[in-house]
Ligand binder design. Structure first.
Ligand code: K7E
Ligand code: CUA
Length: 870
C-alpha cells in the first residue's frame, strides 16, 4: 500500500520537474522523450546517473570479476566501467602474465608446483582503519583454488598472491578486521588439511574446515604468511565471514551449512547432497576470539603445523574460551556486522527470516559460561533465543545485507523473490521493497559494510539478466542495477550489463579517498615498487652478450621507449640465444603508455610512464621479427619499431650486396669502392676529432678514460692490416674484394668510435667545471624526466641541440622555463612553430615541477660553461 502511494508522489513531483525543464528548452526535451518513448521519471533517472563529458563519479566500485579471475572497477552513479584489474588470470593488454615481472606475481599463485591461470573471485575487501575504508589496499579471494590476492590502490596493480596451504576450497574471504590487522579467509568444502588421500567414510574424523587469519602488514600492504594461522573448525561447510568492529572488535563470525556432515553418494543410491545437507532446521554460526587466539598461537605447544602452517586445534581454542557455536536458520548465506558492531544479521537462504543477534547478549552468555550443550567436537553451543535480538520475516531467499547511515536501516537481497528489501534491524520492521531483474545475489551499498556507511545508493548484483538486454546468444551478461536510496522509498535508476564472469560481491568507496599515481618514479618495477635492475636512461641503451656453457648467448637488451622511438632499433642474435629485454618508458606525461611486443614470441608488456619491465624468451626460430610499440602513442606511433634478427649459426648466408656486386660492371664497382672509401674517411675524421679532444685534455692522466682509449685503439690497431689487404686487392684489379675489405675497415671504425665517444664522455665529466648541486639535480631531472629521449647535448637529434639554448632567446631563462612548464601554450610562437615543422614533433609537457625546471636551467648554464667540451 505505502508503496503505491509513495511511487505516485514521485511521479507527480517528477512530471512537474520535467515539465519545467521541457519548457525551458523550447520543447526539445519533450521531442526527444516522445521519440525515445521516455517517461518523466525516466528522464529524472537519466539525469541522476548521467555524467557530462569530463565529469567524474562520486563513488568507485570494486566488483569481483567471478570466473574471469579479475576485478572490475566502475563508477557510481554513472555505472561506467573504468578498469579490469588482472589478478589470477593473465591479461594481455596490461602485459599481466606476459612480462617477467608480472609473471612472478601470477606464479606466486602456483599450487603444489602447478601453474594455475584462472580464479573464481568472489569477495573483494577494502582495507580499514577504525572500521572505515582508507583507500589503500584491496584484497580478493579465489574460491576454486584457495588463494587471496592483494592489490595496491596506488596503482591498481596486483602485488601479492598467497596460497592457502591447508584448505582445498574456500569461499568466505577476504574480510579485513577493523584496523586491517588480519584478513579472514574461511574454508568452504571441508577436506583433509594435509595433501594425502583420506576416504570419505572418515569424513568426520579426518576432514576439517576452518578460518585462516592472514596477518596483514598495513604499511607495506602485504600478507605476512609466517605470522598467519588457521583456527580449526569442524567439517561443517563454512561460508561467509565478517569481522567484529567497535564493541565486537577482536571477534570473528563465520556461518556454515551442512552441519549434518552429509557426504552424498547419489551414484550409490543415496539422497543427493542438496537434500542431505539441508535436513536440519538450523546450522551453526561460528563465533571466535581471533585476537586472543593470535596470542595463543605464539606458543608452539598450542599449535600443530601442517604444510608449514600453524593451526590452532579445536580443543585448544575451546580450552581458551575462544570458540563457540550459535544455531542459525538453515543454510544461511550472509553474516553482516552492523556499523557499531553490536548487531549481527544472518539470513537463512532457505528461511524467510532474517535473524538479528545482539553482541552484548552473546558476550554475557560467554562470560557466564551459559551453554546449552556441546557439538560432537566439544565446542560449546550458545542458546539461539538468548543470543537473538529478534527475527523478522523478509521474503523468499534472503542472502546478503548492507547498511546505510540511517540508524537501524539495513538492505537485504531476496534471491527467490528478486527484490531488495529495506528494513530496520533494531525495530524489526519492513520499510520498503523494490523489484530487481533478476535473482539478486549480493548487493553493494556505498561503504555499506564499513563503520561509516555513506548511503545514497545500493547496487543489486543480479545473477540473471534474462530479457533486460539485447540477446547476444545463450550466455547472457550479468546485470548490475543502481538503486537510489536517498528518498523514503527506493527507486531503480539504471541497468548495467557486465560481461566478464559472475561478479559475486562488490565494495564501493568514496572516490576522493583514492589517490593513485599518474606515473612511476623513473625506472620503477611496478610489481615490487622498487627501482628495476634493468632501469635504463637515454644514452645508456646497450646490448650485453654473455656466453653460456652450451655455446649460446644470453643477450640482454637495455632499451628505452619514448615518443616515438625504441632504442635500440636493431638487435641481431643467434638461434637458441636467450633474449632478455629490459625496457624503460622515459615518459613522464600522463597517460603516455607504450606497449611492446616482438612478433611471434607470445610476449607483451605495457609500460606506464616511468616504468621498467623485463621480458624474456628463447629465440628458438630463425627469421626476421619486427618489434613495435602497441599503444597508439603519437602521430609517429607506427614508426616506433625495430627488428629482431635471428640467425642460424650453422648456416652460411650469402650477402645480397655481394650478389649485387657480381653483376656490376668494372666502372660501377670502382664507383662503389670510392663511395666506401669516402665513408671511411669521413668516419675517420670523426675519430680523429675525438682523439684530438682526448689528447688536448690529457686523457692519460685518468685511468678510467685511459682504459677506454686502450680498448678503442685495440680496434683501431687492426685497421692497417685490413687496409693493406684492400690496397693489394685493388692493385690486382680485384675491386670487389677491395670493397669488402674496406667494409671491414668501416666495421672496425664504428667499434673504435663507439668506445672513443664513451671515453670522451667520461673525460668531459672529469674536466668540466664542477656542477652546482642544483645543476646536478637538473641533469638528473633532464635524464629521468625523459628530456634526454629527444635532446642530445652537443648534437641535433630527435629534438634540437640544447647547447646555448639560453642565449637563443631574449630573456632566455624565462623563455626556456615557461616552455618546459607549459609547452602547449607556446606552440603558436613563431620560433616554436618553426621547430615543430622542422622536427615534425611537438615538445610534450613532461610535468616538471617549478623546482625541477629551475635545476634544469642551472644544468643548461653548466653546459654552456663547458660548451667547448661537447
Ligand atoms: Cu555468490 Cu558471497 Cu560467493 Cu552470495 S556469494 S550470492
Ligand atoms: Cu609508443 Cu606507440
Amino acid at each position: 500500500m505505502y508503496k503505491t502511494f509513495s511511487k505516485l508522489s514521485t511521479l507527480v513531483l517528477g512530471s512537474t520537474l520535467a515539465a519545467t525543464v521541457a519548457t525551458a528548452s523550447t520543447g526539445e526535451l519533450s521531442k526527444v522523450m516522445k521519440k525515445r518513448g521516455l517517461t518523466e521519471n525516466d528522464v529524472i533517472r537519466a539525469a541522476k546517473t548521467y555524467n557530462p563529458t569530463g565529469a567524474r563519479d562520486e563513488f568507485i566500485v570494486f566488483s569481483s570479476g567471478g570466473q574471469s579471475g579479475q576485478i572490475i572497477v566502475y563508477g557510481v552513479p554513472s555505472m561506467r566501467i573504468l578498469k579490469y584489474i588482472a589478478v589470477f588470470t593473465p591479461e594481455p593488454w596490461q602485459g599481466y602474465g606476459y612480462d617477467e615481472d608480472s609473471l612472478k606475481i601470477l606464479r606466486q599463485g602456483n599450487i603444489r608446483g602447478r601453474e594455475i591461470n584462472w580464479g573464481d573471485t568472489h569477495h573483494p575487501g577494502l582495507s580499514e582503519i577504525d572500521g572505515k575504508y582508507d583507500g589503500k589496499w584491496l584484497a580478493i579471494n579465489d574460491k576454486a583454488n584457495p588463494r587471496v590476492a592483494i592489490i595496491d590502490l596506488h596503482d591498481f596493480e596486483t602485488k601479492q598472491i598467497v596460497v592457502n596451504p591447508i584448505f582445498k576450497s574456500e569461499h568466505g574471504g577476504a574480510f579485513f578486521t577493523q584496523n586491517s590487522e588480519y584478513i579472514i579467509e574461511a574454508c568452504q568444502y571441508a577436506a583433509p588439511f594435509d595433501n594425502n588421500y583420506h576416504p570419505i567414510e572418515d569424513y568426520k574424523e579426518t576432514y576439517r574446515g576452518g578460518a585462516t587469519m592472514w596477518k596483514f602488514d598495513h604499511k607495506k600492504g602485504r600478507i605476512n604468511e609466517k605470522e598467519s594461522f588457521t583456527i580449526e573448525m569442524p567439517p561443517y561447510m563454512q561460508d561467509l565471514s565478517d569481522a567484529g568492529k567497535g564493541v565486537s572488535h577482536g571477534w570473528g563470525f563465520t556461518n556454515s551449512f551442512n552441519t549434518e556432515m552429509y557426504t552424498g553418494g547419489i551414484e550409490v543410491g543415496m539422497p543427493p547432497n542438496e537434500a542431505g545437507m539441508s535436513r536440519n532446521d538450523t546450522d551453526f554460526l561460528h563465533v571466535y576470539n581471533w585476537e586472543k587466539l593470535a596470542k595463543v598461537a605464539k606458543d608452539p605447544k598450542n599449535v600443530k603445523i601442517v604444510n608449514n602452517h600453524r593451526i590452532i586445534p579445536i580443543d585448544v581454542a575451546v580450552k581458551n574460551d575462544a570458540l563457540f557455536l550459535i544455531p542459525e536458520p538453515k543454510s544461511p548465506h550472509g553474516v553482516d556486522v552492523s556499523p557499531d558492531g553490536e548487531y549481527i544479521t544472518v539470513c537463512g537462504k532457505l528461511d524467510t527470516h532474517a535473524s538479528v543477534y545482539k553482541w552484548s547478549k552473546i558476550k554475557e552468555l560467554i562470560k557466564n559460561k551459559e551453554y546449552i550443550g556441546k557439538d560432537p567436537y566439544g565446542i560449546p553451543i550458545l542458546d539461539m533465543k538468548k543470543s537473538l535480538h529478534g527475527q523478522l520475516e523478509l521474503g523468499l531467499g534472503p542472502l546478503h545485507n548492507q547498511y546505510s547511515p540511517v540508524d537501524g536501516e539495513i538492505y537485504t537481497s531476496l534471491y527467490v523473490d528478486s527484490q531488495v528489501v529495506k528494513w530496520n534491524y533494531k525495530t524489526l520492521k519492513v520499510l520498503d521493497k523494490e523489484n530487481v531483474h533478476y535473482n539478486i545475489g549480493h548487493l553493494a551499498g556505498m561503504e555499506g559494510k564499513s563503520a561509516d556507511p555513506q548511503g545514497k545508493y545500493i547496487i543489486a548484483l543480479n545473477k540473471l539478466a534474462i530479457d533486460r538486454f539485447q540477446n547476444v546468444g545463450p550466455l547472457h551478461p550479468q546485470n548490475h542495477q543502481l538503486i537510489d536510496i536517498s528518498g523514503k522509498t527506493m527507486d531503480l535508476l539504471v541497468d548495467m550489463p557486465l560481461p566478464l564472469g559472475e561478479p559475486h560481491q562488490a565494495v564501493a568507496i568514496r572516490a576522493e579517498k583514492l589517490h593513485p599515481h599518474v606515473r612511476y618514479k623513473m625506472g620503477t618495477n611496478a610489481k615490487t615498487g622498487k627501482i628495476h635492475k634493468g632501469k635504463t636512461l637515454a644514452g645508456q641503451e646497450r646490448i650485453v652478450r654473455t656466453k653460456k656453457a652450451d655455446g649460446t648467448e644470453k643477450v640482454e637488451i637495455y632499451a628505452t621507449l619514448v615518443r616515438s622511438h625504441i632504442n635500440p632499433e636493431r638487435v641481431t642474435v643467434n638461434k637458441g640465444d636467450e633474449v632478455v629485454w629490459y625496457m624503460t618508458n622515459l615518459e613522464r606525461a600522463q597517460d603516455e603508455t607504450h606497449g611492446f611486443t616482438v612478433d611471434h614470441f607470445d610476449a607483451h608488456a605495457s609500460l606506464e610512464p616511468g616504468e621498467t619491465t623485463e621480458m624474456k624468451f628463447i629465440a628458438d626460430i630463425e627469421g626476421v621479427f619486427p618489434y613495435y610499440c602497441t599503444e597508439f602513442c603519437s602521430a609517429l606511433h607506427l614508426e616506433m619499431m625495430g627488428y629482431l634478427m635471428v640467425k642460424d649459426p650453422n648456416k652460411k648466408y650469402v650477402s645480397a650486396q655481394k650478389l649485387k656486386m657480381k653483376t656490376m660492371s668494372k666502372e660501377q664497382l670502382m664507383a662503389e669502392y670510392k663511395k666506401t672509401v669516402a665513408v671511411n674517411d669521413a668516419t675517420d675524421a670523426v675519430i680523429q676529432s675525438v682523439v684530438k679532444f682526448l689528447k688536448d685534455n690529457k686523457f692519460d692522466k685518468h685511468k678510467v678514460v685511459a682504459d677506454l682509449v686502450t680498448d678503442a685503439f685495440d680496434q683501431y690497431g687492426q685497421i692497417p692490416a685490413q687496409k693493406k689487404l684492400a690496397d693489394a686487392a685493388l692493385a690486382k684489379g680485384e675491386i670487389e674484394k677491395a670493397v669488402l675489405f674496406e667494409n671491414m675497415i668501416w666495421q672496425l671504425m664504428v667499434k673504435t668510435a663507439d668506445v672513443g665517444i664513451r671515453a670522451k664522455d667520461a673525460l668531459v665529466r672529469i674536466v668540466a667545471t664542477k656542477q652546482s648541486t642544483s645543476a646536478a639535480r637538473g641533469e638528473k631531472a633532464f635524464n629521468e624526466g625523459g628530456c634526454s629521449g629527444c635532446h642530445v647535448v652537443g648534437k641535433v637529434s630527435s629534438g634540437p641541440d640544447l647547447t646555448g639554448v639560453l642565449q637563443r632567446h631574449e630573456n632566455g631563462v624565462k623563455w626556456v622555463s615557461d616552455f618546459i612548464l607549459d609547452p602547449e601554450s607556446m606552440y603558436d610562437d613563431p620560433y616554436v612553430k618553426g621547430m615543430i615543422d622542422y622536427f615534425n614533433l611537438k615538445m610534450p609537457n613532461q610535468h616538471m615541477s617549478k623546482e625541477e625546471t629551475k635545476d634544469i636551467i642551472e644544468y643548461f648554464k653548466w653546459i654552456d660553461e663547458n660548451a667547448n667540451l661537447f
